[in-house]
Write a protein that binds this ligand. Structure first.
Ligand code: MD3
Ligand code: FE
Length: 206
């Protein structure tokens, strides 16, 4: 369904088997070196979500090839498989392919009580759509506007297996995750909490 121009939500895009494979990969990517870390914001606060990056390492507010705010290890490579998944997701959502090369994944892990404040994703130097895949607990996803951090916004529930593509006029919209719904993860998946994988084209070279 179109939530806003360029914002397309496809519930249940990943079947259980695809969700399980992606979860197994996330568990490998989470291992050190360059594994799951807690992001510290410039003013000293810590994000409640824990993150692992592939391809390029996101930190507030930029990208690097090493974990500049962690163990300083080289970032794990961005797998071809995720590039193919991103291309298939954009084609499914928009009906035509994206020509920009996807080269970055951010995997966010939400335990009970974790949230993400309203923000814009403006560190990429490319306007290719961001592809979001959700696993585990349902969350309340807040989709705002491009001008202010205040209303109007729409709250949408994202469930395990859902695809969301954010491009065009929605690419710079404010968005966040005010809460997850602990205990809603599909029993058969074997995940406590929520994982969100975003696939991006950084627009960086090298
Ligand atoms: C709208 N992640 O990693 S996914 C993020 O569920 C992030 O972990 C959230 O916001 C999460 O930056 C939300 C949905 C999402 C991702 C990227 C977007 C929505 C977006 C980029 C532009 C507009
Ligand atoms: Fe974001």
């Amino acid at each position: 369904a179109h939530i806003a121009p360029g914002a397309v939500h496809i519930p249940g895009w990943l079947d259980l088997d695809a969700q399980r494979r992606l979860l197994a990969s996330c568990r490998e990517w989470a291992r050190p070196p360059a594994g799951l870390r807690t992001v510290t914001m410039p003013r000293g606060g810590q994000m409640s979500v824990r993150t692992v990056c592939l391809g390029w390492h996101w930190f507030p507010y930029g990208y690097a090839r090493t974990v500049v705010d962690g163990d300083r290890a080289p970032v794990k490579p961005f797998p071809d498989r995720l590039g193919e998944l991103a291309a298939a997701a954009v084609a499914e959502a928009y009906g035509y392919p994206c020509t920009d090369p996807y080269d970055t994944a951010l995997v966010n892990f939400y335990t009970a009580g974790a949230s993400m404040g309203l923000h814009r994703d403006s560190d990429e130097r490319c306007d290719a759509p961001v592809v979001s895949l959700s696993l585990g607990d349902t969350c309340v996803f807040r989709f705002g506007n491009t001008r202010t951090r205040t209303r109007p916004w729409a709250d949408v529930e994202l469930r395990s297996g859902d695809l969301f593509v954010f491009g065009g006029a929605s690419r710079l919209a404010y968005h966040g995750v005010p809460r997850t719904l602990p205990g809603t993860s599909p029993m058969a998946l074997g995940l406590t909490g929520r994982l969100n994988i975003t696939l991006r084209a950084s627009g960086l070279d090298g």
